[in-house]
Design a binder for this molecule. Structure first.
Ligand SMILES: [Zn+2]
Length: 335
């Protein structure tokens, strides 16, 4: 419900001043959704008590999720399906839902789930015929058939209890429409039907793993050839090279191959990521990690490493280049 004409209200004072006349209007779509989720919760809570002595300790009704906390540590998959079936059976039975007022004394004779702490002598009762009697001042549908459909979505552990997420009515229909759309689209894309999707996707995953293995193997061969070429074309104690199209991870692969075959020190930079890599096989005295720790901050770089290998990232290509030249000089001094 929203107030159409509201006088002098704010977040700190959400109510109109006393004796003010306002026009109100119910936002029916939202109200009916709340009626379905809330009444549904009465039904679901009652079924959970009847079937598993699981009592509801709290209820959350949000824009996207609805949940209750139940006083059991966990449910099995079969138990959850059983709860879902029992709730939907009660929906098909289209039971009457009555609301009426009773005195506190009369309330004491009713099979209430919980005696509420209310002011005054009267309290409002909501009764789902033959299933549940609760004290409640909320909004409810008038027959269980109006709940349409219930679907349990997931459970999670919550302080020794189980939080159960669910949807009723319009939300369940919307969820089914979306789910159907996703599954149909995926099935069409993979030229199969919904039942065939799981096998189809499992087959694609297996193929992808195989492709990934083949790619890694080929990359290793390329790294090997590239490393050999760099060793042969650099008649120098340092192989200093900038790449424009390789990631740091790829450069590490090439550097490993060089370090295994040569005593040359590798300084690689990639302008693709503004990153730098240094590595050697222990044949020179430069301790990479400690040097980076001491000097990187002067070049706006971040990184680190161990004695024979280190890497760093820079905010721009200029800082990267300046540090690379500094490093080259530093290593030459140590030779
Ligand atoms: Zn209620």
């Amino acid at each position: 419900m929203y107030i159409k004409k509201l006088v002098k209200c704010s977040i700190n004072s959400p109510h109109p001043p006393e004796n003010t006349t306002v026009e109100c209007q119910i936002e029916w779509e939202l109200r009916y959704d709340h009626m379905q989720q809330h009444t549904g919760q009465h039904l679901l809570s009652a079924i959970c008590i009847d079937e598993y002595d699981a009592h509801t300790s709290s209820f959350h009704l949000g824009k996207d999720t609805v949940s209750i906390d139940l006083s059991v540590s966990e449910f099995s998959d079969n138990q959850l399906i059983h709860i879902e079936n029992q709730v939907n059976k009660a929906i098909y039975e289209n039971r009457v839902i009555k609301t009426y007022f009773v005195s506190k004394e009369q309330a004491g004779t009713l099979p209430l789930r919980k005696m509420p702490d209310v002011e005054g002598d009267e309290m409002r009762i909501v009764e789902i015929d033959g299933i549940d009697t609760s004290a409640c001042a909320g909004t409810h549908v008038s027959r269980t058939g109006e709940l349409g459909l219930m679907k349990l979505l997931k459970t999670e552990k919550s302080k020794g209890n189980t939080r159960v997420y669910f949807i009723f009515g319009g939300r369940a229909l919307k969820d089914y429409q979306q789910t159907h759309n996703v599954l149909t689209t995926l099935a069409n894309q993979h030229s199969t039907n919904r039942e065939g999707l799981i096998d189809k996707i499992a087959k694609i995953e297996t193929e992808n793993k195989q492709y990934q293995r083949e790619i890694e193997e080929l990359k290793g061969k390329i790294d090997h050839f590239l490393a050999q070429e760099l060793i042969q074309t650099h008649n120098d104690p340092i192989i200093n090279k900038t790449f424009e199209d390789k990631s740091l991870k790829e450069l590490q692969g090439i550097a490993r191959q060089i370090n295994a075959a040569s005593n040359q020190c590798v300084i690689f930079t990639t302008t693709l990521e503004n990153k730098l890599l240094i590595s050697h096989n222990g044949s020179i005295s430069v301790q990479c990690g400690p040097l980076f720790k001491q000097e990187l901050k002067n070049f706006n770089g971040k990184g680190g490493g161990n004695n024979t290998s280190a890497q760093a990232a820079f905010e721009n290509a200029n800082d990267l280049d300046t540090f690379k030249n500094f490093l080259d000089s530093k290593i030459r001094e140590s030779l």
